[in-house]
Design a protein around this ligand. Structure first.
Ligand code: UDX
Length: 430
């Protein structure tokens, strides 16, 4: 497994748990040291235990030495980062290509090289060219096998996938991939074998579609606010139609994370390059970026138009619950917006404070939700952690200077909050 980040580490640990012998490689020496000491670079429920038990069984190891790991491997997964290139929409593929070069040099017998990183259509062709150029003699096949793991539920998703997509025309690779995922095959998880370029596009199409669903309901929420309708009921009413489905229709502050923002941007770029521009995905990406910036305004409005010199409390910094990931999180945009408006900002998150600290240097980081609320003129709930769903509202009210709550995840009931004496606003609800 080349790359021991989010995808590589979860996939590596899960493959080891299937009974395979897995070596996770990373060029970050400190990370390898941490992993060997049992310290995880990310917060993901269940991961630490899964890594520990498979290491104890001798099925999972960590190393910096890519060549040694690849030499005897039947399958090599490339699971390195593909961030957005600075100042562009394009995915930065240089980690993928560097990995391909190194893998090429280390191959000994027939090896299946699998792209698990999210890569634009045609990257598999490039990887194949790189390996072929470096090692005209090598026996290998390049396969696309995108991941669909949700952060916070990644281990569950790996072991209970809705589908496994394998893009290859090579019959030998087909067999090896089946074998790699054998336990899931026995559990009757749907396998879809496609051409490699098709598999690459499935990943982007799926993420862009989900992102569109979220962006769509967020627009409907804006309309609901003007129309005096309730977006949660609208979403329920829509979702009961089987063709639409209930999931991914929760209105909120805008989608974030390491995938949707980056993948929608990359798809827009690919589509333009191919001469088949996608107006829909472009609108989703732009609209969502603007939405996240606009959300600080909801707090301003709740404070009578200004937060200058006021203490504001914010609960939640990660882009969603059950993760410490703050990449492209709405909370970061909101915090920056409030700080720029002159607020004295107090923040709390159960897991992501360490990662958020360098991004919002002006904020005060608090030890818990009640301390965070202390003396604040308003409290914004930005991430839907379970721990925020059943706060002691009396205690919260006592801590706050003004009983003002801006709930950007709709986790409380407007009627109940009014009854308890809060001035409460949420998203897309009267
Ligand atoms: C996503 C995909 O779900 C996964 O299949 C893919 O492989 C990686 O990208 P993840 O980034 O972990 O996973 O987050 P996800 O749970 O999909 O949520 C993305 C964002 O959308 C979050 O900011 C979340 O808060 C937001 N969202 C999601 C909503 O605002 N409303 C919803 O109804 C669903």
């Amino acid at each position: 497994m080349i790359g021991s980040g989010y995808v590589g580490l979860v996939s590596g640990a899960c493959f080891a748990d299937f009974g395979h012998v897995v070596t996770c490689v990373d060029n970050d020496e400190a990370r390898i040291g941490d992993l060997e000491a049992g310290r995880m670079p990310i917060y993901e429920p269940g991961l630490q235990e899964l890594v520990a038990s498979n290491r104890a069984e001798g099925r999972l190891a960590f190393t910096k030495d890519l060549a040694a790991a690849v030499k005897n491997a039947e399958v090599v997964f490339i699971a390195v980062g593909t961030p957005t290139l600075e100042g562009s929409r394009e995915a930065d593929l240089h980690y993928v290509y560097a990995a391909a070069e190194e893998i090429a040099a280390a191959i000994t017998s027939f090896t299946v090289v699998v792209n698990k990183s999210t890569v634009p259509v045609g990257t598999g062709d490039e990887v194949e060219k790189i390996i072929r150029a470096r090692r005209p003699d090598a026996e290998f096949a390049v396969v696309s096998n995108p991941e669909f793991l949700r952060e916070g539920a990644a281990i569950y998703d790996f072991k209970h996938p809705d589908r496994i997509i394998v893009g290859t025309d090579d019959p030998q690779a087909h067999v090896v991939m089946h074998e790699a995922y054998r336990p899931l095959y026995l559990n009757a998880a749907p396998f879809l074998f496609t051409a490699r370029r098709t598999a690459e596009l499935i990943k982007y199409a799926a993420n862009a579609f989900l992102a569109t669903k979220v962006a769509f309901i967020n627009e409907i929420a804006d309309i609901c606010e003007k129309a005096g309708a309730d977006v949660q009921d609208v979403a329920r009413g829509m979702g009961l139609d089987n063709r639409i489905g209930r999931k991914f229709l929760n209105a909120g502050p805008g989608f974030g994370g390491s995938c949707f923002p980056k993948d929608t941007l990359a798809l827009v770029h690919t589509a333009r390059t191919l001469g088949a521009p996608t107006g829909i995905v472009e609108a989703v990406e732009t609209g969502n970026r603007e939405r996240k910036r606009r959300m600080a305004g909801k707090v301003l409005e709740a404070c009578g138009g200004s937060v200058a010199g006021k203490t504001i409390a914010m609960l939640g910094l990660s882009f969603k619950q059950n993760t410490d990931d703050v990449r492209d999180a709405a909370a970061i945009d909101i915090a920056r917006g409030l700080l720029a408006e002159g607020a004295d900002l107090r923040v709390y998150d159960p897991q992501s404070m360490e990662k958020a600290r360098p991004l919002i240097p002006g904020a005060t980081f608090c030890p818990n939700a009640y301390d965070c609320a202390q003396g604040a003129s308003a409290l914004a709930i930005v991430t839907e952690w379970d721990a925020f769903r059943a706060l002691d509202l009396e205690r919260l009210k006592e801590a706050l200077a003004e009983p003002v709550i801006v709930d950007l995840r709709n986790i409380y009931s407007p009627a109940e909050m009014r009854r308890r004496g809060f001035r409460y606003t949420s998203v897309g609800r009267p």
